[in-house]
Design a binder for this molecule. Structure first.
Ligand code: ATP
Length: 361
């Protein structure tokens, strides 16, 4: 293989901040990315994902902190001096250049001899499986093929880091799944180090070695997909990881491994994820998969069913409590809208968090 990505041990963000006037888009973001890692930056719209990526790429100056590639400070360098590969949502291909010329553009700008450009472009074409398409213009390619050209163009310059900003969001659902697998394959085959921005938790869970969850410009949690999925540290991270039911209540008992909340008069017991004192407001977070129709008893809520949707293997229902709390649950059987039922969650499947605002530091 002639494409050999530059070697380094780690990229470090050291208390990176970025302000836009009075807005703190990034606040003291610290993060170490090891060589060959696939890192996903995940969070809701406006949380600072693209700002982080653009600060790393050099498209935006930082307003505080520093970025290091091993022992070299890079945040003071121009984007082209950093030499990171970028892949954007809109591909950003040159419309008047064919596939081969688009991919080779960065090498040509660097004054690489033609024979070497041809060899590297050929290899990149093979890696993204675009042989046979090299003489077409971007306008003659499908969205997925254009995104492959953008990826080939990013990696052919042999960057230490590949930065991707929502690269799949312009593709339809089926192609998105296909390209997701392709991106991970290319990352593995090249031994690349990739930072990937997405707001799609499935994408982050399936692609990344580690996920960084951002909110309001602050890192909320860093961990492997399994850690984030099973042990979210805050309510907003849990929300992102599919805990759609958030039951607000008050702490009435705090035992060693279980905490009990009073939610509209019902006692809901779960696992505490944050320090909580007796009497404080808290949230019990439960995935729809873990909320099932059951008999009245412990850890149950009385609800009235609102809707019931058939989803092939199962039904997804919505319901509300007398106090107006909306819930989503799964069921193997259809339940009539309007029916009064009880929903139950096993206490080890219930995570209890501090009030969302307090949990935001
Ligand atoms: P999305 O998923 O919607 O792209 P994001 O997480 O990537 O969101 P950013 O684009 O990083 O979010 O924006 C973070 C915050 O900074 C937002 O509040 C945004 O409005 C603000 N912001 C970003 N770029 C600028 C700019 N050039 N001028 C002023 N404010 C900006």
């Amino acid at each position: 293989m002639t494409i050999a990505l530059s070697q380094f041990e780690e990229v470090r963000l050291d208390r990176v901040s970025r302000d836009f006037g009075a807005l703190n888009a990034l606040r003291d973001v610290s993060l170490t990315i090891k060589r060959r890692e696939f890192i996903a930056l995940l969070g809701p719209s406006g949380c600072g994902k693209s700002t982080t990526l653009n600060c790393i790429a050099g498209l935006l100056p930082v307003t505080g902190g520093a970025i290091w590639l091993d022992n070299s400070r890079v945040d003071t360098l121009r984007p082209e001096e950093r030499g990171f590969g970028m892949v954007f949502q809109n591909y950003a291909l040159f419309p008047h250049l064919n596939v081969r010329q688009n991919i080779g553009f960065g090498l040509k700008m660097r004054g690489v001899p033609k024979a070497e450009i041809d060899r590297k472009v050929d290899e990149a074409l093979g890696l993204v499986r675009l042989h046979g398409q090299e003489n077409k213009l971007p306008g003659q390619l499908s969205g997925g093929q254009q995104q492959r050209v953008a990826i080939a163009r990013a990696i052919v310059i042999e960057p230490p880091l590949v930065l991707m900003d929502e690269p799949l969001s312009n593709l339809d659902a089926k192609l998105r799944l296909e390209m997701r697998a392709e991106i991970r394959r290319i990352h593995n085959e090249l031994g690349a180090t990739t930072i990937y921005v997405t707001h799609d938790q499935d994408e982050a869970l399936s692609l990344a070695d580690r996920i960084v969850v951002l909110r309001d410009g602050v890192v909320r949690q860093v961990g492997t997909p399994k850690e984030l999925y099973e042990e979210p540290a805050h309510l907003d991270v849990a929300d992102f990881m599919g805990f759609r039911n958030k039951l607000r209540g008050r702490v009435v008992a705090n035992e060693s491994d279980r905490i009990i909340l009073d939610v509209e008069g019902a006692k809901i017991s779960g696992v505490a994820r944050e320090g909580l004192s007796l009497g404080s407001a808290a949230y019990a977070a439960i995935r729809p998969d873990d909320l099932e129709v059951g008999e009245p008893g412990s850890n149950t809520l009385a609800v009235k069913v609102d809707t019931m949707e058939y989803r092939g293997r199962e039904f997804v229902g919505t319901a509300h409590t007398a106090g107006g709390l909306d819930l989503v649950f799964r069921s193997h059987h259809a339940v009539e809208p309007g029916a009064n039922i009880h929903l139950r969650a096993a206490d080890e499947r219930v995570l209890v968090f501090a009030d969302a605002i307090r949990g935001r530091n």
